[in-house]
Design a binder for this molecule. Structure first.
Ligand code: FAD
Length: 371
């Protein structure tokens, strides 16, 4: 295979796909290289919550980035729907961030104060008001913040939609093609070596989730990202749906889907690259779900799965140029929020790659790790 492309994107998860699509919209010829099928890893395993205020109490660049991405979501999904007719099923019923008992309420009050400072539009609810809003919640839930602007969608449909949109814009999607190295000349990458041959590239974007460290190592860069396994159990289908809102607590979350399923999650396991669900993981997830909403005890188990979140040691994404090269970029470490962050990450990287500059907070710069 001998071809030249303006940019080679390594990795076909939501981060690589969304950025490839945006780069093609900006007029670049793009080749995306995915060693399996697009969306097969973390991006299909996600629950699909768009919930930037989970970390609001530690307000900072990370919360701001999440909020900026959320504010772009409706337009992002509209744009995908227009280009592909595949609907990622954005559900805007809002999220209930719940507390159990005094200690949980004290934490939640801090989050609530931070959410108000950020203009999130949340509302403190308890007692009868809370029971009316979400009758299935157990008595252990004593208070909640109702957050109407935190939404959810179907990550598999989102990923599929981004892949189709990218292909329609002319992105060459090479599936079942593994990147195995690079050819370089001084400060430039000149080509990407793959299992199917060499592709000449004017620029390269690394967007390979938990595998970014292995790929960046071929460029001499040490990317401090590692896989954190998350396990999910899909319950149902339940008719009628037992929950009206996404329910989020420190001990787990419940995500009701329009097809009658309720996704319950999740774990944070240090298990290397093992992405199989485990007996202990599934049992823990189910126990916590039933404590939050006892009605779920009777639901059928539809399926279970797990995925590898790409976690950076400071739990923030790494967005920017790799300093040792004039034409290499990194979009990594989206950890628990890659679905949420796809609109803003893809926009910032596209701007950076196309114009040479982008308003990326230095907190996300690869240079904080000497990359
Ligand atoms: P991935 O989706 O993992 O994609 C990386 C791709 O690179 C893979 O397809 C892989 O095959 C490919 N690749 C690797 N090596 C190579 C190679 N050598 N050559 C070619 N291709 C290669 N986020 C949210 O915003 N909301 C949520 O509710 C949410 N819930 C989650 C629940 C769970 C259980 C998990 C696991 C994650 C969740 N996330 C959530 C996080 C989100 O899924 C991730 O942050 C996001 O999917 C990361 O996307 P990515 O494209 O960087 O990585």
């Amino acid at each position: 295979m001998t071809t030249t492309t303006d940019i080679a994107v390594v990795g076909g998860g939501i981060i690589g796909l969304a950025t490839a699509w945006r780069l093609a919209q900006a007029g670049l010829s793009v080749t995306l290289i995915e060693r399996g099928n697009v969306g097969q890893e973390a991006s299909s395993a996600a629950a699909g919550m768009l919930a930037p205020y989970a970390e609001a109490a530690n307000r900072g660049p990370f919360s701001n980035l999440g909020q900026a991405s959320l504010s772009r979501y409706a337009a992002f999904v509209d744009d995908l729907r227009t280009e592909t007719t595949i609907d990622p099923e954005l559900i805007r019923t809002g999220l209930l961030r719940v507390a159990e008992g005094n200690e949980g309420e004290a934490d939640l009050r801090n989050t609530y104060a931070a959410m108000r400072d950020m203009g999130s539009g949340g509302e403190w609810v308890e007692g009868e008001t809370l029971r009316k809003l979400e009758p299935a919640l157990s008595d252990t839930v004593t208070a909640a913040v109702y957050s109407p602007t935190e939404w959810q969608l179907d990550p598999r449909k989102l990923t599929k939609s981004a892949a189709v949109a990218a292909a329609k814009r002319g992105v060459r999607l090479l599936e079942k093609t593994e990147v195995v190295g690079f050819e370089t000349s001084g400060r430039s990458i000149t080509a990407v070596k793959t299992s199917a041959g060499t592709i000449s590239a004017r620029r390269v974007l690394l967007a390979s989730g938990a595998w970014n460290p292995q790929i960046a190592a071929w460029l001499g860069a040490t990317v401090p990202v590692r896989p954190i396994r998350g396990q999910i159990v899909s319950l149902g289908p339940c008719y009628p749906l037992p929950l009206r809102h996404t329910v989020y607590s420190h001990h787990g979350y419940l995500v009701p889907r329009s097809d009658g399923r309720v996704l319950v999650g999740s774990t944070e396991d240090e298990a290397g690259f093992d992405s199989r669900p485990t007996a202990a993981g599934v049992s823990g997830v189910l126990t916590r779900a039933i404590v939050l909403a006892p009605v779920l005890a009777d639901a059928a188990i539809e399926s279970t799965w797990a995925g590898l979140r790409p976690m950076c040691i400071d739990r923030m994404p790494i967005l920017g140029k790799i300093a040792a090269y004039d034409n290499a970029y990194l979009s990594a470490g989206h950890f628990r929020n890659g679905i949420l962050m796809a609109p803003i990450s893809s926009e910032l990287l596209t701007t950076l790659i196309v114009t040479g500059d982008a308003p990326i907070d230095p907190a996300f710069s690869p240079s904080r790790f000497g990359i």
